[in-house]
Design a protein around this ligand. Structure first.
Ligand code: AMP
Ligand code: AMP
Length: 361
């Protein structure tokens, strides 16, 4: 059964002393915990056995809870233990990937900083497209029938798989051939194959635009831009074309890191407009709408159009290059405002003005 907002409000109201800000130890946890510490919160890293080293060595967590598997956060006993520590949880990509949307919506009755029900909209490509369409953002054309592939297209699989197994095709027979190879090699499941998405391949510059929507100020702040470093595609492009032809290596898009970027300044008006539209639509379709960090994953083509191929309705790891602030956050804030810190600042202001339930679901 879906967790009700009243249930979460009662839990938050029962929190008496110091609030703890917690997150799963992965993805963007370092800046989330450091930001929370800087705003005076207690911090807690929920780690998977064997993955706690960064949180110990960087000393960002006042406490570390170690689980056999991240999924164990759904265990009633663990949830109670976290509630007793007055915990608010910051969701990120690893929470979605390792715990899953159903668990977050139905079982994880721990207050979440952000809109719990919006996460489904980023995980489901159809819902995501509906939202972005309504917001008037341009998206890559989708090809529903593989027989109709007539241009260079990218084939993607469901879930936050980090680009694993994605491939490029020019026509139907290539699609069938490549899908068969992936299935035979057990790189994808039959479910993946049946739920593949085929999109027009956009050629341009990838830009991952990170925003923060402040529910307290009703304002969208533009925070930073990153690019993803993806393996093996980044390495493939370093091989001269004549050698590429002979190697027959298929590209893959597995994220291994992120690097910072700034945009041509005349494009910033468009960036703000896109962020505003996405937030406005979210209020109608997933009340109370967007809360806090989100990201539009775009490619800018040669006509300077932004084509959005994905949206993340929470902090993305692409904000990690900016743990000390970004070129844009520096203009709004004193030096050092990371996205993690911005989240904690909003939570602190919300408690101060007794508007915490505007941030928490
Ligand atoms: P992990 O906890 O590293 O297994 O990551 C969980 C999910 O978050 C995966 O789907 C990753 O693709 C995604 N993710 C992790 N790190 C990054 C990153 N630096 N940039 C983009 N996505 C990431
Ligand atoms: P995603 O899993 O949707 O974030 O996609 C992973 C990577 O595939 C992106 O970072 C891009 O490099 C690439 N990609 C995804 N969709 C497209 C597209 N329609 N056109 C070109 N590249 C894309």
């Amino acid at each position: 059964m879906v967790i009700k907002s009243k249930e979460i409000e009662d839990i938050v109201n029962s929190y008496s002393d110091k609030i703890t800000i917690a997150t799963l130890g992965s993805h963007s946890a370092l800046q989330i915990l450091k930001g929370a510490k800087d705003e005076g919160f207690k911090t807690l890293a929920i780690c998977e056995k064997g993955r706690d080293v960064p949180y110990k060595r960087f000393k960002v967590a006042d406490e570390i809870v170690t689980l056999n598997s991240f999924k164990d956060i759904l265990d009633e006993k663990i949830i109670r233990q976290l509630q007793e520590k007055n915990t608010l949880l910051v969701p990120h990509g690893s929470l979605i990937a390792h715990v899953g949307i159903e668990g977050i919506e139905n079982t994880l009755n721990l207050p979440i900083i952000g809109n719990r029900n919006i996460l489904r909209w980023e995980a489901d490509r159809n819902l995501e497209r509906k939202w972005l369409d309504k917001a008037g953002l341009r998206m890559p054309k989708e090809i529903s029938d593989p027989k109709k592939i007539k241009q260079l297209s990218i084939v993607k699989f469901p879930g936050a798989k980090g680009g694993k197994g994605y491939f490029l095709v020019n026509n139907h027979s290539e699609f069938i051939k490549k899908l068969r190879i992936l299935k035979n090699n057990n790189q994808i499941t039959s479910y993946d194959a049946e739920h593949a998405t085929i999109q027009e391949y956009i050629i341009g510059v990838n830009m991952y635009l990170s925003y923060f929507y402040s529910p307290l100020n009703d304002e969208v702040e533009f925070f930073s831009i990153d690019r993803r470093c993806e393996s093996n595609i980044d390495g493939l492009t370093r091989i001269p074309a004549s050698d590429q032809i002979n190697t027959l290596i298929e590209p893959s898009y597995v994220v291994v890191g992120n690097s910072p970027l700034v945009v041509r300044e005349s494009l910033l008006s468009k960036i703000f407009k896109m962020g505003d539209q996405v937030v406005n639509v979210s209020k109608d379709i997933i009340p109370p709408g967007m809360i806090g960090a989100f990201c539009l994953e775009t490619i800018v083509d040669e006509t300077l159009e932004f084509i959005t191929f994905e949206l993340s309705a929470r902090i993305v790891a692409g904000t990690n290059p900016f743990t000390g602030g970004s070129p844009y956050s520096r203009i709004m804030y004193d030096p050092g405002m990371s996205m993690g810190h911005r989240i904690a600042r909003e939570v602190k202001n919300a408690f101060k003005t007794k508007k915490q339930m505007k941030m928490i679901t």
